[in-house]
Structures are given as C-alpha cells and as structure tokens.
Write a protein that binds this ligand. Structure first.
Ligand code: GDP
Length: 424
C-alpha cells in the first residue's frame, strides 16, 4: 500500500508531523523530491526536531527511510542530520539512499548565492541551498548521480569538463574565484566515503517492497503552489511537489499510489516572494505569526518570518486538485482559537470579475481576495480527541472548508505533538 503525504499550498502545512504520525504504521518512508532547502518540524517523545533532508519516518525504529532518486542529495547535510538526531537520543535511523539520486555539489550553493546577488531586487528569494543550480545541472545532464562518486577516472574527467563551463560563468558573469578540479574531486571522494554505508539499488529495493505489499509513505516537501508546472511559476521550486512525481522520484508504479493525503493548514503562510492573495499585514499578521505553528511561523531552514494570510479556499482547492487528493489532513487548527471572527478567502476578484478557479501568475498577481467571515470558537481545542467534542463553530469552520475543498477532511491536527490528532 503506497500513500503520499503532500502539501496543498506554499509548504509548511505540517506534513512532517502527519508523516511522523503515519510512519508508526509504515515500513518505508521515502523523500522523492526537493532537497535540504525547506524544513519540517517534528515534535515527538524524543523532543523537537527541524529536519531538512531526513525523511520524517526517522524516529520509528521499524521504518526504513529512503532518499529517493528525485531528491537533491546534500551529503554533508544528510550525515549531520543523522548525527544530530542520534545525539539527541533517537535510535540510529535506518537510512538508505538511491544510487541514482544526484549529488548536490559544493558549487551549487555558490551559484545559487551568486545568481541571487546578480538579480539583486529581482531575486527569487531562494534559500540559497543550491537547489535551482542543482536541478538545472541535472536536466542539462552535467549533474552527478551517487554511483559516479565511486568511479574515480570518469569522475575526474567529468568534473574537469563541467568546470570548464562553470569557470567561464564564474569569471565572466559573476566575477568570483574559479573552481579547481582537484579540490572538487577531493570533496567528491569525501562525499563518497560519507554516503557509502547508505547506498542501495533503489529500483530493486522498491519493486520488491511493492510486491511484498509493504506500507510505503511518500513524503513531499513544499506544496502544490511551489510546483514548477502548476505553482506560481516562476516563484516556485525546481522539482515537482506533486504526489504523482512520487512515481518517478521514488520509482513506484503510478497505479500503486492509492492514497494521496494532502496536508492543508487552517490558515495560510508562505515563504519567499510571489503572489499571495489572502495575505495580511501589520498587527493582525504579527499576532497570527506569533501564535502560529509551534512557537511561531518562522522558516525551519532560514528562520525567516513567514508571510501570513487567511485561509484561501481558491488556492487550497486547486492545490488539492492538482495533487489528486483522496483525503485532507487539516492542521494547526488549534492556533485559530483566539479569534472572534475568522475571515476566509472564497474567491478572487480579477479585472472586475470574481472567479473560484486558480489563475496563472499574471492574473493571480492582479487578484483581490473576496472574503467571507466565519464565527470563531474562542476556545483552546488542544487535547480534544473526538470530532464531536470540538466546539460547534470549530466544526462549522471545518465543514465549510471541506465543502470548498471538495475532498473529505479525514484527519484534523489540533496540536504539534504526534498524537494531537482527531480522525474523522
Ligand atoms: P512541513 O514542512 O509541512 O512539515 O511543515 P513545518 O514543520 O515547516 O511547519 C509546521 C509547523 O507547525 C511546525 O512547527 C509543527 O510543529 C507545527 N504543527 C504541525 N501541526 C500542528 C498543529 O496541529 N498545531 C500546532 N499548533 N502546530 C502544529
């Protein structure tokens, strides 16, 4: 049984928490896209963790955690995350890495930073983790798959060829120090030693796991609106954030992905630049940011304050639709307990017309939110275990949003901890 846990909007919906919880009954958790550019925060019996690359099943002894071929593999980052969780008392996680995953090279971070510097006020708001240069290289066929780290002669020759172009760019576009083959080769050999214990033939591994009926969770990073095809292009990420990409990035037959659990947050937040129709500002935003998530809405990787907004039905319905959602996990609902009234965005007004369909980027940037105000419940709902026990206005909020999303909300998260969950 293969399930995907993915995000509906801009990311930070609480996928880590939902995956960590579902991993209790899973055999394998796979990261199938993205890299170490975003993070997920997990609170469980071992403490609080900000993971970037480690799959969220890493806290469960019985789970094999795989870095799939679709991931931008930052080797030092992965190894340091493993050591970090171990140092905090977590049993050493069972990690495997696809031999076909590509390696984030040290210069990918540099190019990310240099390009953002060059763009100056036109920049993408990159986390400068090297993701965009990494995926450009992958599809320009000048990236390095993990197995290449172990083939010394061809590795050296390829580095030399790749650096020819990189150095032209460094010299003439960015005016930065040049790269040396010997140094990059030496770093690659260090990477090879670091990653060696984890490397597997993931295609054989996965096909066997699927055949044996193992419970496999595909863990997405970011959300639908950051997808390079369906998101707010070009203010998106560089690898697909959709469950469907799990078939590629984890090597799973597409028809085996039976459940697509899309994580939807009870209000909106976004990082980086780009259109955000239901965004709020000032004290109203500051208060939601302070109370949001678990200890405030600040980026797990960058510490940047997140942009805040009311729940956006248009964006979230679209986000669920492009994921192919079979069920929604509705998260961080407890945070809204302080509000007398809760506005939600139910439509976009664009050029004098109201639409409920999510538009392409230029029209999106002209959209103004059409808000509907729902009554708040003015109560702390943490600790509640059944749907019926939730305050009436809280249930009404959930049911209103469920109706707008056009997919059933089956999981409700009312606190950051693993078992702050209501099933419906
Ligand atoms: P991810 O990238 O989708 O995994 O999301 P993040 O981990 O970046 O952001 C979610 C934040 O909300 C984290 O700080 C979680 O601990 C926290 N969180 C998750 N679910 C809940 C919830 O139901 N209530 C509260 N208060 N916090 C939650």
């Amino acid at each position: 049984m293969v399930k995907a846990v993915v995000g509906a909007c801009w990311g930070d919906e609480g996928k880590g928490k939902i995956t960590d919880m579902l991993a209790e009954d899973a055999d394998i958790v796979v990261r199938f896209q993205g890299g170490a550019n975003a993070g997920h925060t997990i609170v469980n019996d071992y403490g609080k963790f900000a993971l970037h690359l480690l799959p969220s099943g890493s806290f469960n002894r019985n789970v094999t955690n795989m870095i799939g071929n679709g991931v931008a593999l930052d080797i030092p980052q992965l190894v340091s995350e493993i050591e970090e969780v171990v140092s905090k008392g977590v049993p050493r996680p069972n990690i495997v890495v696809s031999e076909r995953a590509q390696v984030l090279m040290p210069y990918h971070r540099l190019f990310d930073q240099y390009e953002e510097e060059r763009l100056s006020d036109r920049q993408f708001g990159s986390t400068k983790s090297g993701i965009a240069p990494f995926f450009s290289d992958k599809f320009s066929k000048i990236g390095f798959q993990v197995w290449e780290l172990f083939e010394d002669d061809r590795l050296k020759e390829k580095i030399e060829n790749v650096l020819e172009v990189k150095n032209l760019m460094l010299e003439h576009i960015y005016h930065k120090p040049l790269l040396k083959t010997e140094e990059i080769f030496a770093t690659c050999k260090e990477y090879a030693e670091m990653i060696k214990p984890y490397v597997i033939d993931s295609v054989t591994f996965m096909s066997k796991a699927v055949k044996e009926g193992k419970t496999i969770l595909l863990e997405g990073q970011l959300g639908s609106l950051k997808d390079p095809d369906f998101g707010i292009y070009p203010m998106t990420t560089s690898s697909s954030t959709l469950a469907g990409y799990g078939a590629i990035g984890a090597c799973i037959p597409p028809y085996e992905i039976k459940e697509i659990i899309t994580v939807v947050k009870a209000y909106s937040s976004a990082v980086g630049a780009g259109a955000f129709v239901s965004e709020i500002f000032g004290e109203e935003a500051d208060e939601l940011r302070r109370r949001g998530g678990d200890g405030g809405e600040y980026g797990a990787t960058t510490g940047r304050p997140r942009r805040m907004g009311w729940f956006d039905c248009v964006a979230s319905r679209y986000g669920c639709r492009v994921q192919g959602t079979t069920a929604v996990a509705f998260t961080v609902l407890d945070v809204l307990g302080y509000l007398d009234e809760i506005p939600v965005c139910v439509g976009y007004e664009i050029d004098g017309e109201v639409t409920k369909d999510f538009p392409t980027t230029a029209r999106l940037e002209r959209a103004k939110p059409v808000l509907k105000v729902l009554p708040g419940w003015k109560q702390d709902i943490r600790g509640i275990k059944t749907y019926e026990e939730l305050p009436e206005n809280c249930r009404k909020y959930i049911e209103f949003i469920e109706n707008e999303l056009e997919v059933p909300i089956k999981i409700i998260s009312n606190g950051p901890a693993r078992h702050d969950i209501i099933r419906r």
